[in-house]
Design a protein. Structure first.
Length: 404
Protein backbone atom coordinates (compact mmCIF):
# COMPACT_ATOMS: atom_id res chain seq x y z
CA UNK A 1 0.00 0.00 0.00
CA UNK A 2 0.94 3.63 -0.51
CA UNK A 3 -0.12 6.31 1.95
CA UNK A 4 0.10 10.07 1.51
CA UNK A 5 0.06 11.72 4.92
CA UNK A 6 -0.28 15.44 5.40
CA UNK A 7 1.50 17.12 8.29
CA UNK A 8 0.23 20.45 9.59
CA UNK A 9 1.76 23.15 11.74
CA UNK A 10 1.34 21.01 14.89
CA UNK A 11 3.49 18.25 13.42
CA UNK A 12 3.03 14.77 14.81
CA UNK A 13 0.62 16.01 17.48
CA UNK A 14 -1.85 17.16 14.82
CA UNK A 15 -2.15 13.81 13.05
CA UNK A 16 -5.33 11.77 13.21
CA UNK A 17 -5.30 8.32 14.77
CA UNK A 18 -5.78 6.79 11.32
CA UNK A 19 -2.79 8.68 9.92
CA UNK A 20 -0.62 7.69 12.90
CA UNK A 21 -1.60 4.04 12.42
CA UNK A 22 -0.60 4.16 8.74
CA UNK A 23 2.71 5.77 9.66
CA UNK A 24 3.43 2.97 12.12
CA UNK A 25 2.61 0.36 9.44
CA UNK A 26 4.82 1.99 6.80
CA UNK A 27 8.28 0.55 6.25
CA UNK A 28 9.49 3.39 4.03
CA UNK A 29 8.98 7.10 4.72
CA UNK A 30 9.52 9.58 1.87
CA UNK A 31 9.35 13.29 2.67
CA UNK A 32 11.14 16.55 3.25
CA UNK A 33 13.80 16.67 5.93
CA UNK A 34 11.49 18.83 8.04
CA UNK A 35 8.75 16.20 7.79
CA UNK A 36 11.04 13.25 8.52
CA UNK A 37 12.43 15.04 11.58
CA UNK A 38 9.03 14.62 13.29
CA UNK A 39 9.60 10.83 13.45
CA UNK A 40 13.16 10.18 14.70
CA UNK A 41 12.07 6.97 16.42
CA UNK A 42 10.50 5.41 13.32
CA UNK A 43 12.39 2.18 12.48
CA UNK A 44 11.70 2.25 8.73
CA UNK A 45 13.80 3.49 5.82
CA UNK A 46 13.75 7.31 5.57
CA UNK A 47 14.20 8.89 2.15
CA UNK A 48 14.49 12.72 1.99
CA UNK A 49 12.95 14.54 -0.96
CA UNK A 50 15.81 15.78 -3.09
CA UNK A 51 15.66 16.49 -6.79
CA UNK A 52 12.88 15.39 -9.16
CA UNK A 53 9.88 13.61 -7.63
CA UNK A 54 9.88 11.06 -10.47
CA UNK A 55 12.95 9.32 -9.02
CA UNK A 56 11.21 8.98 -5.64
CA UNK A 57 8.11 7.54 -7.29
CA UNK A 58 10.34 4.99 -9.00
CA UNK A 59 11.92 4.14 -5.64
CA UNK A 60 8.49 3.74 -4.05
CA UNK A 61 7.44 1.39 -6.84
CA UNK A 62 10.58 -0.70 -6.31
CA UNK A 63 9.89 -0.95 -2.57
CA UNK A 64 6.29 -1.98 -3.26
CA UNK A 65 7.55 -4.83 -5.45
CA UNK A 66 9.57 -5.94 -2.42
CA UNK A 67 6.30 -6.12 -0.47
CA UNK A 68 6.90 -3.02 1.64
CA UNK A 69 4.42 -0.31 2.57
CA UNK A 70 5.37 3.24 1.61
CA UNK A 71 4.27 6.55 3.14
CA UNK A 72 4.80 9.91 1.46
CA UNK A 73 4.89 12.81 3.93
CA UNK A 74 3.58 16.17 2.71
CA UNK A 75 2.65 19.59 4.06
CA UNK A 76 -0.98 20.14 5.03
CA UNK A 77 -3.45 18.75 2.51
CA UNK A 78 -1.45 16.78 -0.11
CA UNK A 79 -4.17 17.50 -2.70
CA UNK A 80 -3.90 21.28 -2.28
CA UNK A 81 -0.87 22.40 -4.30
CA UNK A 82 0.87 19.30 -2.98
CA UNK A 83 2.37 16.01 -4.16
CA UNK A 84 -0.91 14.10 -3.87
CA UNK A 85 -1.79 14.56 -7.53
CA UNK A 86 1.56 13.17 -8.73
CA UNK A 87 1.43 10.23 -6.33
CA UNK A 88 -2.13 9.32 -7.34
CA UNK A 89 -1.18 9.43 -11.01
CA UNK A 90 1.36 6.65 -10.35
CA UNK A 91 -0.51 4.86 -7.53
CA UNK A 92 -4.28 5.34 -8.01
CA UNK A 93 -5.12 3.24 -4.94
CA UNK A 94 -3.05 5.41 -2.58
CA UNK A 95 -4.73 6.55 0.63
CA UNK A 96 -4.78 10.30 1.32
CA UNK A 97 -4.71 11.56 4.91
CA UNK A 98 -4.93 15.37 4.89
CA UNK A 99 -4.01 17.77 7.68
CA UNK A 100 -4.89 21.46 8.02
CA UNK A 101 -2.93 23.26 5.34
CA UNK A 102 -0.93 26.47 5.76
CA UNK A 103 -3.68 28.87 4.75
CA UNK A 104 -6.11 27.26 7.23
CA UNK A 105 -3.57 27.66 10.00
CA UNK A 106 -3.05 31.30 9.01
CA UNK A 107 -6.78 32.12 9.02
CA UNK A 108 -7.12 30.38 12.38
CA UNK A 109 -4.35 32.56 13.83
CA UNK A 110 -6.04 35.66 12.42
CA UNK A 111 -9.55 34.49 13.42
CA UNK A 112 -10.77 35.30 9.91
CA UNK A 113 -13.43 33.30 8.00
CA UNK A 114 -12.14 32.15 4.61
CA UNK A 115 -15.23 30.75 2.89
CA UNK A 116 -15.11 33.37 0.10
CA UNK A 117 -11.35 33.21 -0.45
CA UNK A 118 -9.63 32.46 -3.77
CA UNK A 119 -6.31 30.63 -3.89
CA UNK A 120 -3.22 31.16 -6.02
CA UNK A 121 0.19 29.51 -6.03
CA UNK A 122 3.25 31.25 -7.45
CA UNK A 123 5.65 28.38 -6.78
CA UNK A 124 7.73 28.36 -9.94
CA UNK A 125 5.00 30.29 -11.80
CA UNK A 126 5.08 33.81 -13.27
CA UNK A 127 2.98 36.58 -11.75
CA UNK A 128 1.19 36.98 -15.09
CA UNK A 129 -2.58 37.16 -14.82
CA UNK A 130 -2.50 36.34 -11.10
CA UNK A 131 -2.08 40.06 -10.39
CA UNK A 132 -5.28 40.86 -12.21
CA UNK A 133 -7.15 38.08 -10.37
CA UNK A 134 -5.92 39.48 -7.07
CA UNK A 135 -7.29 42.90 -7.98
CA UNK A 136 -10.69 41.31 -8.74
CA UNK A 137 -10.97 39.15 -5.60
CA UNK A 138 -12.48 40.18 -2.25
CA UNK A 139 -10.18 37.78 -0.38
CA UNK A 140 -7.07 36.11 -1.81
CA UNK A 141 -4.50 33.63 -0.55
CA UNK A 142 -1.16 33.62 -2.36
CA UNK A 143 1.43 30.90 -1.90
CA UNK A 144 4.65 32.82 -2.54
CA UNK A 145 8.15 31.68 -3.45
CA UNK A 146 11.63 33.26 -3.12
CA UNK A 147 11.15 35.14 -6.41
CA UNK A 148 7.48 36.10 -6.11
CA UNK A 149 7.71 37.50 -2.59
CA UNK A 150 5.01 39.46 -0.74
CA UNK A 151 7.07 42.60 -1.36
CA UNK A 152 7.20 42.03 -5.12
CA UNK A 153 3.49 41.24 -5.35
CA UNK A 154 2.57 44.32 -3.31
CA UNK A 155 4.81 46.56 -5.42
CA UNK A 156 3.34 45.23 -8.68
CA UNK A 157 -0.20 45.88 -7.46
CA UNK A 158 0.76 49.39 -6.38
CA UNK A 159 2.19 50.05 -9.85
CA UNK A 160 -1.22 49.10 -11.26
CA UNK A 161 -2.73 51.83 -9.10
CA UNK A 162 -4.31 49.34 -6.71
CA UNK A 163 -3.87 50.16 -3.05
CA UNK A 164 -7.21 49.27 -1.47
CA UNK A 165 -6.19 46.12 0.38
CA UNK A 166 -5.49 45.07 3.93
CA UNK A 167 -2.71 42.47 3.94
CA UNK A 168 -1.59 39.64 6.19
CA UNK A 169 1.62 37.64 5.91
CA UNK A 170 2.10 34.29 7.69
CA UNK A 171 5.75 33.29 8.04
CA UNK A 172 7.22 29.89 8.94
CA UNK A 173 3.98 28.50 10.37
CA UNK A 174 4.55 25.79 12.96
CA UNK A 175 8.21 26.72 13.53
CA UNK A 176 9.66 28.33 16.67
CA UNK A 177 10.08 31.62 14.83
CA UNK A 178 6.52 31.60 13.42
CA UNK A 179 5.15 35.07 12.75
CA UNK A 180 1.73 36.25 11.48
CA UNK A 181 1.50 39.97 10.81
CA UNK A 182 -1.22 42.39 9.69
CA UNK A 183 -0.59 45.41 7.43
CA UNK A 184 -2.98 48.32 6.79
CA UNK A 185 -2.02 48.54 3.11
CA UNK A 186 0.21 47.32 0.29
CA UNK A 187 2.77 50.09 0.77
CA UNK A 188 3.72 48.67 4.16
CA UNK A 189 4.11 45.16 2.68
CA UNK A 190 6.30 46.46 -0.14
CA UNK A 191 8.65 48.06 2.41
CA UNK A 192 8.87 45.08 4.80
CA UNK A 193 10.95 41.89 4.79
CA UNK A 194 9.73 38.37 5.50
CA UNK A 195 10.99 34.95 6.57
CA UNK A 196 10.70 32.00 4.18
CA UNK A 197 8.41 30.17 3.64
CA UNK A 198 5.44 32.49 3.86
CA UNK A 199 2.02 33.11 2.38
CA UNK A 200 0.21 36.35 1.63
CA UNK A 201 -3.47 37.10 2.33
CA UNK A 202 -5.12 40.12 0.71
CA UNK A 203 -8.50 41.47 1.82
CA UNK A 204 -10.15 44.12 -0.37
CA UNK A 205 -11.23 47.20 1.58
CA UNK A 206 -13.47 48.78 -1.07
CA UNK A 207 -15.38 48.00 -4.23
CA UNK A 208 -13.70 45.83 -6.86
CA UNK A 209 -13.04 46.85 -10.48
CA UNK A 210 -14.89 45.18 -13.33
CA UNK A 211 -13.18 42.47 -15.34
CA UNK A 212 -14.22 43.98 -18.67
CA UNK A 213 -12.82 47.46 -18.36
CA UNK A 214 -14.61 49.10 -21.31
CA UNK A 215 -12.07 51.81 -20.59
CA UNK A 216 -12.41 55.25 -22.19
CA UNK A 217 -10.06 55.70 -25.13
CA UNK A 218 -8.42 58.56 -23.26
CA UNK A 219 -7.29 56.15 -20.52
CA UNK A 220 -4.83 54.54 -22.95
CA UNK A 221 -1.51 56.22 -23.64
CA UNK A 222 -1.42 56.92 -27.38
CA UNK A 223 1.03 58.20 -29.95
CA UNK A 224 1.22 61.94 -30.40
CA UNK A 225 0.51 63.66 -32.77
CA UNK A 226 -1.11 60.54 -34.30
CA UNK A 227 -3.74 60.09 -31.63
CA UNK A 228 -6.65 58.01 -32.74
CA UNK A 229 -4.59 54.92 -33.68
CA UNK A 230 -6.75 52.91 -31.33
CA UNK A 231 -9.69 50.55 -31.74
CA UNK A 232 -12.49 52.64 -30.24
CA UNK A 233 -14.17 51.19 -27.20
CA UNK A 234 -17.55 50.64 -28.91
CA UNK A 235 -15.75 48.49 -31.49
CA UNK A 236 -13.56 46.83 -28.83
CA UNK A 237 -16.59 45.61 -26.93
CA UNK A 238 -18.12 43.91 -29.97
CA UNK A 239 -14.73 42.55 -31.15
CA UNK A 240 -14.04 40.96 -27.75
CA UNK A 241 -17.43 39.27 -27.85
CA UNK A 242 -16.76 37.94 -31.35
CA UNK A 243 -13.31 36.63 -30.37
CA UNK A 244 -14.77 34.42 -27.62
CA UNK A 245 -11.38 33.99 -25.95
CA UNK A 246 -11.38 31.33 -23.16
CA UNK A 247 -9.88 32.24 -19.74
CA UNK A 248 -6.65 30.36 -20.55
CA UNK A 249 -6.64 31.14 -24.27
CA UNK A 250 -3.95 32.53 -26.57
CA UNK A 251 -4.74 35.64 -28.62
CA UNK A 252 -2.80 37.24 -31.46
CA UNK A 253 -3.52 40.98 -31.60
CA UNK A 254 -2.08 41.86 -35.02
CA UNK A 255 -1.42 45.52 -35.68
CA UNK A 256 -1.83 46.22 -31.97
CA UNK A 257 -1.40 50.02 -32.14
CA UNK A 258 -1.85 51.13 -28.53
CA UNK A 259 -2.67 47.56 -27.45
CA UNK A 260 -6.25 48.37 -26.41
CA UNK A 261 -7.90 45.18 -27.73
CA UNK A 262 -5.11 42.92 -26.46
CA UNK A 263 -5.16 44.54 -23.03
CA UNK A 264 -8.91 44.16 -22.63
CA UNK A 265 -8.57 40.54 -23.83
CA UNK A 266 -5.78 39.92 -21.31
CA UNK A 267 -8.17 40.91 -18.53
CA UNK A 268 -10.76 38.45 -19.85
CA UNK A 269 -8.15 35.67 -20.18
CA UNK A 270 -5.89 36.18 -17.14
CA UNK A 271 -4.41 32.69 -17.35
CA UNK A 272 -3.83 32.85 -21.09
CA UNK A 273 -1.41 34.84 -23.20
CA UNK A 274 -1.85 37.79 -25.52
CA UNK A 275 0.73 38.46 -28.24
CA UNK A 276 0.54 42.10 -29.34
CA UNK A 277 2.21 42.24 -32.75
CA UNK A 278 3.25 45.74 -33.82
CA UNK A 279 5.80 46.86 -36.41
CA UNK A 280 5.98 50.56 -35.47
CA UNK A 281 8.72 51.32 -32.88
CA UNK A 282 6.91 54.50 -31.83
CA UNK A 283 4.03 52.37 -30.56
CA UNK A 284 6.08 49.88 -28.54
CA UNK A 285 6.58 51.96 -25.35
CA UNK A 286 2.89 52.90 -25.35
CA UNK A 287 1.80 49.25 -25.54
CA UNK A 288 4.12 48.37 -22.66
CA UNK A 289 2.93 51.31 -20.55
CA UNK A 290 -0.74 50.49 -21.19
CA UNK A 291 -0.17 46.83 -20.30
CA UNK A 292 1.42 47.87 -17.01
CA UNK A 293 -1.28 50.45 -16.32
CA UNK A 294 -4.13 47.95 -16.76
CA UNK A 295 -2.47 44.92 -15.21
CA UNK A 296 -2.05 42.98 -18.47
CA UNK A 297 1.10 41.19 -17.32
CA UNK A 298 0.18 38.27 -19.56
CA UNK A 299 0.61 40.44 -22.67
CA UNK A 300 3.76 39.87 -24.72
CA UNK A 301 4.90 42.59 -27.13
CA UNK A 302 6.09 41.15 -30.45
CA UNK A 303 8.21 43.77 -32.23
CA UNK A 304 7.97 43.06 -35.92
CA UNK A 305 5.91 43.14 -39.06
CA UNK A 306 3.24 40.57 -39.79
CA UNK A 307 2.92 38.07 -41.29
CA UNK A 308 6.62 37.31 -40.74
CA UNK A 309 6.48 38.19 -37.03
CA UNK A 310 3.71 35.62 -36.52
CA UNK A 311 5.97 32.67 -37.29
CA UNK A 312 6.87 30.71 -34.18
CA UNK A 313 4.18 32.18 -31.91
CA UNK A 314 2.05 29.71 -29.90
CA UNK A 315 -1.03 28.52 -31.77
CA UNK A 316 -3.85 30.95 -31.00
CA UNK A 317 -7.40 30.33 -29.84
CA UNK A 318 -8.33 33.67 -31.43
CA UNK A 319 -6.80 36.26 -33.74
CA UNK A 320 -7.74 39.92 -34.00
CA UNK A 321 -6.44 41.83 -37.01
CA UNK A 322 -6.69 45.53 -36.42
CA UNK A 323 -3.89 46.68 -38.71
CA UNK A 324 -2.13 45.08 -41.65
CA UNK A 325 0.35 47.49 -43.25
CA UNK A 326 -0.68 46.38 -46.72
CA UNK A 327 -0.14 42.67 -45.91
CA UNK A 328 -3.70 41.77 -44.99
CA UNK A 329 -4.14 38.69 -47.18
CA UNK A 330 -0.84 37.18 -46.00
CA UNK A 331 -1.75 37.89 -42.36
CA UNK A 332 -5.15 36.24 -42.76
CA UNK A 333 -3.65 33.18 -44.44
CA UNK A 334 -0.99 32.63 -41.76
CA UNK A 335 -3.48 33.33 -38.96
CA UNK A 336 -6.06 30.89 -40.26
CA UNK A 337 -3.43 28.19 -40.72
CA UNK A 338 -2.15 28.64 -37.16
CA UNK A 339 -5.56 29.01 -35.53
CA UNK A 340 -6.62 26.10 -33.35
CA UNK A 341 -9.72 24.13 -34.38
CA UNK A 342 -12.78 26.02 -33.19
CA UNK A 343 -10.76 29.24 -32.93
CA UNK A 344 -12.05 32.63 -34.02
CA UNK A 345 -10.55 35.06 -36.55
CA UNK A 346 -11.86 38.64 -36.39
CA UNK A 347 -10.87 41.45 -38.77
CA UNK A 348 -11.56 45.15 -38.25
CA UNK A 349 -11.63 47.09 -41.52
CA UNK A 350 -11.89 50.86 -41.75
CA UNK A 351 -10.85 51.38 -45.39
CA UNK A 352 -12.78 49.87 -48.28
CA UNK A 353 -9.72 48.18 -49.79
CA UNK A 354 -9.12 46.18 -46.61
CA UNK A 355 -12.81 45.38 -46.32
CA UNK A 356 -12.89 44.02 -49.87
CA UNK A 357 -9.67 42.03 -49.37
CA UNK A 358 -10.81 40.52 -46.07
CA UNK A 359 -14.31 39.73 -47.32
CA UNK A 360 -12.99 38.11 -50.49
CA UNK A 361 -10.43 35.99 -48.65
CA UNK A 362 -12.79 34.84 -45.88
CA UNK A 363 -15.60 34.12 -48.33
CA UNK A 364 -13.27 31.87 -50.33
CA UNK A 365 -12.53 29.76 -47.22
CA UNK A 366 -16.13 28.54 -47.24
CA UNK A 367 -16.39 29.12 -43.49
CA UNK A 368 -19.61 30.68 -42.15
CA UNK A 369 -19.00 34.42 -42.18
CA UNK A 370 -20.37 36.99 -39.73
CA UNK A 371 -20.19 40.70 -40.42
CA UNK A 372 -21.16 43.87 -38.59
CA UNK A 373 -20.78 47.55 -39.32
CA UNK A 374 -20.30 49.62 -36.20
CA UNK A 375 -21.07 53.32 -36.42
CA UNK A 376 -21.46 54.95 -33.04
CA UNK A 377 -22.32 58.50 -32.09
CA UNK A 378 -20.90 60.02 -28.92
CA UNK A 379 -22.49 62.81 -26.90
CA UNK A 380 -20.17 65.86 -26.92
CA UNK A 381 -20.65 69.45 -25.70
CA UNK A 382 -21.78 72.19 -28.05
CA UNK A 383 -21.75 75.41 -26.06
CA UNK A 384 -24.46 75.05 -23.40
CA UNK A 385 -25.95 72.08 -25.30
CA UNK A 386 -24.99 68.54 -26.28
CA UNK A 387 -24.85 66.91 -29.69
CA UNK A 388 -24.05 63.49 -31.15
CA UNK A 389 -20.66 63.27 -32.83
CA UNK A 390 -20.41 60.43 -35.36
CA UNK A 391 -17.43 58.08 -35.21
CA UNK A 392 -15.88 56.54 -38.32
CA UNK A 393 -17.74 53.38 -39.36
CA UNK A 394 -15.83 50.13 -38.79
CA UNK A 395 -16.70 46.75 -40.30
CA UNK A 396 -15.99 43.59 -38.30
CA UNK A 397 -15.77 40.26 -40.10
CA UNK A 398 -15.49 36.99 -38.19
CA UNK A 399 -15.11 33.28 -38.96
CA UNK A 400 -14.69 30.14 -36.85
CA UNK A 401 -12.13 27.54 -37.90
CA UNK A 402 -13.63 24.09 -38.38
CA UNK A 403 -12.75 21.04 -36.34
CA UNK A 404 -13.71 22.06 -32.80
Amino acid sequence: MVYVIGIGAKGKEGLSLAALRRLQEAEVLIGGKRHLAHFPEHPGEKVPVQGPLEALLDLAEARLREGKKVAFLASGDPLFYGIGKRVLARFPEAEIHPAPTAFQEAFARLKLPWDNARFFSLHGRPLGGVLLELSLSPLSVVYTDPENTPQRIAQALLEMGLGGFRAYVAERLGEEDERVRSFPGLKEVAEASFLEPNLLILEAKGSLPSRLGFFPDEAFEQRIPKKGLITKREVRLLALGLLGLPPNGVLWDVGAGTGSVGIEAARLAPFGEVYAVEKNPESWPHIEENARRFGAYNLVLVKGEAPGALRGLPAPHAVFVGGSGGELEGILRVSLEALRPGGRLVVAAIILENLLTAYGFLKETGLPLEGFQVQAGRVVPLGPYRRLEAQNPITLLAVTKEGA
